[in-house]
Write a protein that binds this ligand. Structure first.
Ligand code: RIB
Length: 304
């Protein structure tokens, strides 16, 4: 089993289901309300652990019930929480999520709280652990200088780096040059390359453009369509997903990334890693919420 270090956000999601996502200035009546464990970093750590990886999650939470419950949840998933720090001054991160009934599409606003104070010193304290890992997986809900430092530290020890560039934001050439595998969705791809992958032929063009800036592989997640990947090794292809009735797409990308990190840490080929990660993400959209929707590896094997 591979060793994965996930560095990222821990949030508590406040989720309301509604017949549609309101437009600015509009008030609508929703239906269910639930408080659910989330955060891109945390969801990816849980996914990697449920995929069978040996996972350490490096994060920061507030000194409050949300933080305490979140850490208890990670422990229940056998995640090493020794590097989850507590900020005495800021609350734990939260996300307000509206899930559209029928389509399962969502709209999310994050109040980062303690995630924003994860520091370079916090990461330095985990240097030995990072140096001994197979894969470091990071997203963009923590300060960008911490993302850059973490990638640098991983590369210093030859550890494989995966960056899920979400939520979308422009990234410097310096940061991209520290990334082995990058996993943008369509909108992130557009911000990183200026090309819209929804236009015919532009997924390949945009991926090839981004490939020049990273070390190894670009893997574009195209929602329910599947995943396109291209690697400097010469491999490339499109891996479709199975069509399902989506009830909640929250964290589908995180499930994909967590499973991908576990598969890569185990030395799987891209095709195998993408195919297993697609299956896990597909199962997750048929279930409600972020972390509760993440399947365990044995649920995927049963479906083979
Ligand atoms: O990717 C889904 C996640 O984004 C949610 O769980 C929410 O907390 C935000 O971080």
């Amino acid at each position: 089993m591979g060793k994965i270090v996930v560095i990222g956000s821990s949030n508590t999601d406040m989720v309301v289901t509604a017949p549609k996502i309101p437009v600015p200035g509009e008030t609508i009546l929703g239906n269910e309300f639930n408080i659910i464990a989330g955060g891109k970093g945390a969801n990816q750590a849980v996914a990697a652990a449920r995929a069978g990886g040996i996972v350490t999650f490096i994060a920061k939470v507030g000194d409050d019930d949300f933080g305490e419950n979140a850490v208890a949840g990670y422990k229940a998933d056998n995640i090493n929480t020794d590097y989850i720090f507590i900020d005495p001054d800021r609350p734990s991160g939260i996300a307000i999520i509206i899930v559209e009934e029928g389509s399962g599409q969502n709209s999310i606003v994050v109040a980062g709280g303690a995630n924003k104070s994860l520091s370079i010193d916090d990461i330095k304290s985990a240097e030995k652990l990072i140096s001994e890992s197979d894969v470091v997986l990071i997203q963009l809900e923590i300060p960008l200088e911490v993302v850059e430092f973490s990638l640098k530290l991983a590369k210093k020890y030859g550890v494989k780096t995966i960056l899920n560039p979400a939520p979308a934001q422009p990234l410097s050439e310096e940061i991209l040059s520290l990334v082995d595998i990058i996993t943008p969705n369509e909108s992130e791809m557009q911000i990183l390359t200026g090309l819209n992958p929804e236009n015919d032929g532009d997924v390949e063009k945009a991926a090839a453009k981004l490939l020049e800036k990273v070390n190894e592989t670009v893997l574009v997640t195209l929602g329910s369509k599947g995943v396109y990947f291209i690697s400097k090794s010469g491999e490339n292809g499109f891996v479709p997903t199975i069509k399902v009735e989506a009830v909640d797409t929250t964290a589908a990308g995180d499930v994909f990334n967590g499973y991908l990190a576990a598969a890569i840490a185990d030395g799987e080929s891209y095709l195998e890693a993408i195919s297993i990660s697609n299956k896990a993400a597909t199962i997750s959209v048929t279930r409600k919420g972020a972390q509760p929707s993440i399947p365990k590896i044995n649920e995927l094997i049963k479906k083979r």
